[in-house]
Design a protein around this ligand. Structure first.
Ligand SMILES: Cc1cc2nc3c(=O)[nH]c(=O)nc-3n(C[C@H](O)[C@H](O)[C@H](O)COP(=O)(O)OP(=O)(O)OC[C@H]3O[C@@H](n4cnc5c(N)ncnc54)[C@H](O)[C@@H]3O)c2cc1C
Length: 504
């Protein structure tokens, strides 16, 4: 069983009552920050994690791929799934939207796709110039943060540059392997894992200055004279509460929890009238699935599907989308194609996190969301891209071109990716070859939620709250725009940046 050394992993009874740097949340962002603080020799680093700390392996390492898929497509199957808010905009930020409350967080589920935020989004003045320079150009007189994270994660994955030409061209669509940070125990293995910063402690024999305490939920941040000086914590198992003081506190509890903690803190100090923060976004994702008889496709493509092809194409800035395809072989021998576009949702006043200030922490959280006029144009542009791709696919492989029909409004989708997967698991379902079935992912289910504590709005370019000193934030909540790219390369890069700021 994979565990952490008892010097690192402590119990509630051993909870330090004082820390130099206290990190709220032991997921991808919080642990990456802790790792870089450790590498920099920082003392007194304490990670408080609301979930359990005994199960530290990636879901695709320990489960059959079908079971692992279900853990994230069907929230009922995952004992760590938690949604700590109520949605006022169902189906958005509702079923399928939540966090995985466990040490490691969603770093134990993610698929390792590592894409930089595109220039069209980073060139927006909403991103501070210093942050963009560090991410893309040069950081601390050396390579950029993006280049450093990509190099380190390639080394972690023991990646050797692929010489194989894996691209698939369909008309004007040219798909390539997306850069990913994953590794397998053996080349042919069906098991794999994506990078988790937990590996820093699991694979390390040297000691560590970092201390982690699981089953400890931070319910509020304490402030004195506009400065954060500690937190109130609750034992998840017994309900007991304690205070922990800290010189610096970093919110790394994923977007919605970060926002709740921020609202409570701002309300107590600077802004007693406001109990909400806006700017909440997720990616806008729509797609379709189609089943094609293997005999109707060229053998090289059938063979790629047998290996489980997963490819992407960087989209044009006009649709602010990336296009992905996944090809698999069904038990029947048919080829299943899933194609989807991931697009930037505008950071707007449509997405709001609101708390009910009823005295006791944690405050109740409600989420409302919707599409801005710009988002509505994005939805239409995505549908055109998908229809064009489907038509090109049918032409290229000489298949009947049944129309790609989006028979629903994005805001009230008839079918979601999750319901689609549910249907596909039904062995008795009727299969209509070459008839595409469209779906849309409700906002909040893409796991890329962010925007509420954005640079410039809530935090300054050093990640510190503008209105509460010694309080910092990390994760997708601090992105002022996220482009079409999956966010974790940027999350990891900014965690490293914050570690350097905190130890300067
Ligand atoms: C199936 C899946 C596939 C994905 N694939 C990709 C991909 O390929 N590429 C990509 O870029 N992104 C991907 N993501 C998204 C990525 O995993 C997340 O964006 C990322 O993990 C967010 O990091 P985080 O640390 O902010 O949040 P999390 O990883 O969710 O960690 C937050 C942690 O904080 C803890 N916490 C919450 N509240 C409290 C509290 N009050 N006190 C103490 N602890 C608390 C939680 O329990 C959790 O452990 C994927 C996600 C999923 C689920």
């Amino acid at each position: 069983m994979t565990t952490l050394n008892s010097d690192v992993l402590r119990t509630w009874d051993e909870l330090p009552r004082q820390a130099e740097i206290l990190i709220v949340g032991g997921g991808l962002a919080g642990l990456e920050l802790a790792k870089h603080l450790d590498l920099a020799g920082a003392d007194g680093v304490l990670v408080l994690e609301a979930g359990a700390g005994h199960d530290l392996q990636h879901v695709y390492t320990v489960n059959d791929p079908v079971v692992a898929d279900r853990l994230w497509t069907d929230e009922r199957s995952d004992p760590y799934f938690v949604r700590s808010w109520e949605s006022s905009a169902e189906p958005h930020f509702s079923v399928g939207s939540g966090i995985r409350q466990r040490l490691g967080g969603r770093s134990l589920y993610w698929h390792g796709v590592l894409l930089p935020i595109e220039e069209f989004a980073l060139s927006d003045p909403a991103w501070p110039i210093s942050v963009v320079r560090d991410l893309t150009h040069s950081w601390r007189d050396g390579p950029s943060l993006y280049a450093r994270v990509q190099a380190d994660l390639a080394a972690w994955g023991r990646a050797t540059p692929s010489t194989a030409n894996n691209e698939i061209c369909v008309g004007r669509f040219r798909f390539i392997d997306p850069p990913r940070s994953i590794r397998r125990p053996a080349v042919e293995s069906k098991h794999w894992e994506a990078y988790s910063p937990l590996s820093h402690w699991i694979e390390r024999s040297a000691g560590s200055n970092v201390c982690m305490v699981p089953d400890v939920k931070v319910i509020g941040v304490l402030t004195t004279d506009g400065r954060a000086d500690g937190v109130v914590v609750r034992n998840r198992l017994t309900g007991e509460e304690k205070h922990v003081t800290a010189s610096k506190t970093v919110l790394a509890a994923a977007t919605v929890e970060n926002t709740r903690l921020a609202i409570q803190t701002l309300h107590a100090s600077e802004e007693p009238d406001s109990a909400s923060l806006s700017g909440l976004f997720d990616h806008i994702v729509q797609g379709f699935n189609a089943t094609v008889a293997a005999a109707d496709l060229p053998p090289w493509l059938v063979s790629r599907a047998r290996d489980g092809a997963f490819l992407y194409m960087n989209g044009a800035s006009a649709s602010r989308s990336n296009l992905f395809i996944q090809l698999e072989t069904a038990e029947s021998g048919d080829i299943e194609m899933e194609a989807w576009v991931t697009a930037e949702q505008e950071r707007s006043t449509a997405g709001v996190v609101t708390c009910t200030p009823d005295g006791d922490w944690p405050w109740h959280v409600a989420i409302s969301t919707g599409l801005s006029p710009e988002d509505t144009r994005t939805v239409a542009a995505q549908r055109r891209v998908l229809a064009e791709f489907w038509s090109a696919w049918c032409t290229q492989f000489d298949l009947p071109s049944n129309p790609l029909d989006f028979d629903f409004d994005f805001i009230s989708p008839k079918r979601t990716l999750r319901s689609m997967h549910e249907d596909m698991r039904d062995h008795d379902r009727a299969v209509h070859h070459c008839r595409p079935t469209t779906w849309a992912s409700p906002l909040g289910t893409e796991e890329h939620e962010g925007g509420t504590l954005a640079f410039g709005h809530v935090i300054d370019e050093n990640h510190e709250f503008k209105k509460v000193r010694d309080l910092f934030a990390i994760g997708v909540s601090i992105f002022p725009r996220q482009g079409a790219a999956n966010p974790s390369l940027t999350t990891l890069a900014l965690a490293r940046r914050l570690a350097a700021i905190l130890t300067a």
